[in-house]
Design a protein around this ligand. Structure first.
Ligand SMILES: [Zn+2]
Length: 498
């Protein structure tokens, strides 16, 4: 999204925020007095000198947050325009009637507060709804929009448990790990939907643009890979493959130096997603469509020169031939070199100095010109690993003309593709003890890709424009939500709320 449009959206959102509740005027004097009393109590009669600095800071933050929660509660609950009409259309098509106001406990950036909202009930289908919950993204959720954003920001980086600890320490808000998980996944799902629906085409940012494709295993719960073949000794699987597409630009800082990725130019999109399409289907596979969307968003699809980097996996090149028929295909030199070292290791063992001599020699040949001398050397070496590698180099030889590619000014030894999988997937989703559902993993991947690609702000601007309706939580019976702290189904997720 261009910056002008972005600030338009923010402006509209701000205008809306400044709308209804603001018209109610200044705070009631009673509340003003209450806040002053709270701060006086914290500061004490003798003034701040009697306090430990750290204790004073923390205590003041707590008091200010508690006061802010009261203000927010008063401002929000002063507005009862959500009950303005006697009935509203129900999803079933019949009218739902206003049936009183109900309170719900929610957690905001300032802690817990009680929110009063109008309830509409439809006798036709026996269900009901809270218009305000829909408007503010609170259906099935007990976290305010501001806190949901914060939760998403933290949970994209660290585990749900660590997120809960960081939120308490850094923001002074109690949200337990289970609630972090629920909210972060609902947000991730909303971001994933937004990614599919919002594909704003842009112009290429460079004459030559790069696209990388790779896959890496995501550790999943047993039910998510039941019956699938895998790498375990008994032939079963413990992982599902995350497929990642990256787009970036590169340049050569000095005329003789290597081609380097331009800092900040890389964007990511990833999911556990199929690359296979039934023969009868004319649509692209789910992942191929993801690749197409990312290419369009970045202008890769219209770049004068398209370069695709990947390892030797067949699915990558099948997809590239189908989606980008004019792209220059390159096996990432990083992967090719890795393959030669693996053969050397297999043949000579880790301690034999011939291992390094052989591998370095082959790598030099590989970069000097045609691949044929490497294939000949592999065939001469003998052994299953070398024979398999000879096939790999033969099949990919047109993708390994490294000397030619370099003369064309192309980057070949990026390591970007490899690093992308580690950064997007490994650093957050492959920590020890983590086992994901596919849906949960995909939600966090969507959240992470959005952040790492610098698109988090755009998402929130669109979300505010849509009145926070982009996030859809799994809804519980709305009447059950209104019973206050004891009967509130969300309250079990909140530790020590005020
Ligand atoms: Zn109905």
């Amino acid at each position: 999204m261009d910056r002008g449009r972005q600030s338009d959206l923010r402006g509209e959102a701000e205008a809306r925020r400044a709308g209804d509740p603001g018209k109610k005027g200044a705070l009631e004097p009673a509340l003003d007095g209450e806040i002053a009393a709270e701060l006086n109590r914290l500061l004490g009669a003798e003034g701040p000198a009697s306090f430990d600095f750290g204790a004073l800071e923390r205590g003041l933050r707590e008091g200010v947050l508690a006061a802010a929660a009261k203000i927010l509660q008063q401002v929000l609950n002063a507005d009862s325009s959500d009950q303005a009409s006697a009935d509203r259309p129900c999803a079933c098509g019949r009218p739902a009637r206003f049936a009183g106001r109900h309170d719900k406990w929610i957690t905001t950036l300032f802690g817990r507060m009680r929110l009063s909202r109008a309830y509409y009930h439809c006798t036709g289908c026996g269900t009901g709804f809270y218009p305000r919950d829909r408007e503010w993204g609170l259906e099935g959720s007990a976290l305010s929009p501001g806190l949901t954003r914060l939760v998403g920001r933290v949970a994209a980086e660290v585990s749900f448990g660590s997120s809960s600890e960081l939120l308490r320490e850094l923001a002074g808000v109690a949200v337990d790990a289970k609630q972090v998980e629920r909210s972060a996944e609902a947000l991730g799902e909303a971001i994933a939907r937004d990614e599919r629906e919002q594909v704003l085409a842009s112009s290429p940012t460079a004459g030559t643009m790069y696209l990388g494709l790779d896959g890496t295993g995501l550790p999943v719960r047993p039910a998510e890979c039941a019956g699938r073949p895998g790498k375990q000794p008994d032939g079963s699987a413990r992982t599902r493959e995350v497929k990642l597409v990256q787009v970036w630009t590169a340049s050569r800082p000095s005329p003789e130096g290597p081609v380097q990725r331009e800092a900040g130019s890389v964007s990511y999109s990833a999911a556990v997603e199929s690359v296979a399409c039934a023969d009868t289907e004319r649509d692209l596979s789910a992942f191929a469509q993801r690749v197409e969307r990312e290419a369009k968003r970045r202008g890769f699809d219209r770049a004068a020169r398209q370069v695709v980097l990947g390892d030797g996996a067949a699915w990558i090149w099948n997809l590239v031939s189908e989606v980008f028929p004019r792209a220059i295909q390159i096996v990432d030199l990083f992967h090719a070199r890795e393959r030669l070292w693996k053969v050397a290791q297999e043949r000579y063992g880790p301690d034999n100095e011939l291992r390094g001599v052989w591998a370095r020699r082959r790598c030099e040949e590989l970069e000097a010109g045609p691949v044929e001398p490497v294939i000949t050397a592999l065939q001469a070496l003998g052994g299953a690993e070398a024979a398999a590698a000879a096939g790999y180099f033969r099949n990919n030889r047109h993708r390994m003309r490294y000397a030619t590619f370099r003369r064309m000014g192309l980057g070949v030894a990026s390591g970007v593709v490899e690093a992308g999988c580690k950064q997007v997937v490994g650093a957050r989703l492959k920590r020890s003890g983590m086992h994901w559902t596919v849906a949960g993993g995909n939600a966090i991947l969507a959240l992470r890709c959005c952040l790492l690609s610098g698109r988090f702000e755009d998402f929130w601007a669109r979300r505010e424009q849509a009145g926070n309706r982009l996030i859809v939580f799994s809804t519980t019976d709305p009447r059950a939500e209104s019973a206050g702290p004891q009967g509130d189904p969300e309250s079990k997720y909140v530790v020590g709320g005020r």
